[in-house]
Write a protein that binds this ligand. Structure first.
Ligand SMILES: Nc1ncnc2c1ncn2[C@@H]1O[C@H](COP(=O)(O)OP(=O)(O)OP(=O)(O)O)[C@@H](O)[C@H]1O
Ligand SMILES: [Mg+2]
Length: 455
């Protein structure tokens, strides 16, 4: 890999005065008229702080490290300068955006398309888990912007005839600290070898690695650091709570909270695919409209789940950390950390799925007897002591019988589901029916959980 200059330490940190920000428009930042109109059509009346800081510098051709809280418009902060530059010097395979998850890649592509619809921008989403052939065809048409997860992009760089990124002008790493993490090391290094050294590079995230070494891998050139906050922050309008409970009552407390906050949209994070699936089954047995999203589902099911939740056809999305970063679903009211995140930074991203773009939201973190240390680390990272979420313990305990019955059925369903999947695999089909109403659910007496009157 090419030697890189010193980055983090030499990067200037810019802080813009509040009153100056007030007056700024996208036009003031140097964004061309047609893109200003596009922002207007999206209802973006004025640029956000990170957009005010990053866009003018990006338009000047600087490399950027952009650090700003969740839901603060980082996507626009890198998409607008790229589209602006594309309009000035139109070219195919102009920019590459790397993201850690497939769902995020689709979302970023939608954002580019929404901003660039009137200028006819063409995007291709290159992610794993879906048909490679159609992606090869999309790449053969030479889109302007490629939005990709690293692994599948490498596949195409190595195996798709006629596709290369040798003329690339912009590289974006969204969720950059994640992309520069060890998990993606080989892929990212391979990609960096086959794109021009002479390009612009943008790194964006709500949490950034402080390790200069990691940043050096991105081979930035004299970057500017645009940091809207100096430390890792959770959003002001986010009310954060914790709940200290014995591990064996987690399910019961979850059901209590869902009843208590009925009428809201929830994202519930679990630590494993299995627990995500189990909890989804449990909740469905109790009559909640819950749907899972995790890495053991086929990509079509994953997107199906997400779309149902986005369309409000389901009010509860249960997910692993595959959904913790970047996803922009404005109507999420409550984030529940059913299993505490093991990496404190993931906490910031998970709770950032609510209270986006100036809205308010709630986050509740379950802390069991095993999680105290992890929880203290989270409080330390965000520099806050969280209050307890108030509960009526006698009311919680009244739920135990119903919950344990539903747990039993969920376990049976999980087993049935596992066996069915195994049989399917043996028959060479891969139709993992994650939401299919499996027989036993219907056997649960009573159906819907009774909501308390007046709530
Ligand atoms: N200038 C603006 N005015 C109003 N809304 C905006 C503006 N820019 C972006 N938004 C909206 O704010 C929401 C959050 O934006 P975005 O997803 O880019 O956040 P982010 O900073 O990337 O968050 P995360 O760290 O979670 O990825 C989106 O719905 C987006 O359309
Ligand atoms: Mg983002």
């Amino acid at each position: 890999m090419a030697a890189a200059e010193e980055h983090d330490s030499s990067a200037e940190t810019l802080q813009t005065a509040a009153e100056e920000e007030e007056a700024k428009t996208f036009k003031d930042l140097g964004v061309t008229d047609v893109l200003c109109e596009a922002c207007d059509q999206l209802g973006w009346a004025k640029p956000t702080k990170i957009q005010i800081e990053a866009i003018p510098l990006a338009l000047q051709g600087r490399d950027i490290i952009g650090l700003a809280e969740t839901g603060s418009g980082k996507t626009g902060a890198f998409a607008l300068p790229i589209l602006n530059a594309l309009l000035e010097t139109p070219q195919r395979l102009f920019a590459l955006v790397l993201t850690p998850t497939r769902e995020l890649a689709f979302q970023i592509s939608e954002q580019f398309e929404a901003l660039g619809s009137s200028i006819g921008v063409q995007c291709a989403v290159i992610v794993g888990g879906i048909d490679s052939m159609s992606q090869s065809l999309a790449l053969a048409k030479k889109p302007h912007i490629v939005i990709a997860t690293p692994g599948r992009l490498i596949d195409h760089l190595e195996n798709t005839k006629g596709f290369n990124l040798r003329a690339l002008k912009y590289l974006v790493m969204d969720e950059a600290d994640r992309i520069l993490n060890m998990d993606f090391e080989t892929e990212v290094d391979k990609i960096l070898k086959v794109i021009p050294r002479d390009r612009k590079t943008f790194l964006f995230s709500a949490t950034m690695t402080k390790k200069v070494q990691k940043l050096q891998r991105a081979a930035l050139k004299n970057p500017v650091k645009c940091a809207v906050s100096s430390k890792y922050q959770t959003v002001e309008k986010l009310q954060q709570y914790y709940l200290f409970i014995p591990s064996k009552f987690k399910d019961t407390y979850l059901v209590y909270i869902l009843n208590e906050l009925a009428g809201n949209s929830f994202m519930i994070f679990c630590s494993t695919c299995n627990n995500t699936q189990r909890t989804a089954l449990l909740l469905r047995n109790l009559g909640f409209t819950a749907i899972p999203l995790h890495g053991q589902m086929s990509q079509s099911k994953r997107l199906g789940s997400l779309n149902k939740f986005k369309a409000k056809a389901r009010s509860i999305l249960l997910a692993t950390d595959v959904a913790s970063r970047g996803l922009d679903i404005p109507h999420v009211d409550v984030v529940v950390n059913f299993d505490i995140p093991t990496h404190s930074k993931d906490y910031i991203h998970r709770v950032g799925r609510t209270a986006r773009a100036g809205r308010s939201g709630k986050a509740i973190t379950f802390v069991t007897q095993y999680d105290v240390e992890l929880f203290q680390r989270i409080e330390h990272l965000i520099g806050k002591k969280l209050p307890v979420f108030p509960t009526q313990d006698d009311e919680v305990m009244m739920l135990t019988e119903r919950v344990s019955e539903a747990q039993r059925f969920a376990r049976m369903e999980l087993r049935e589901h596992g066996e069915k999947k195994k049989r399917k695999r043996e028959d060479a089909g891969d139709d993992d029916d994650t939401e299919g109403a499996i027989g036993v659910r219907n056997k649960v007496a009573g159906g819907k959980m009774k909501k308390r009157k007046g709530r």
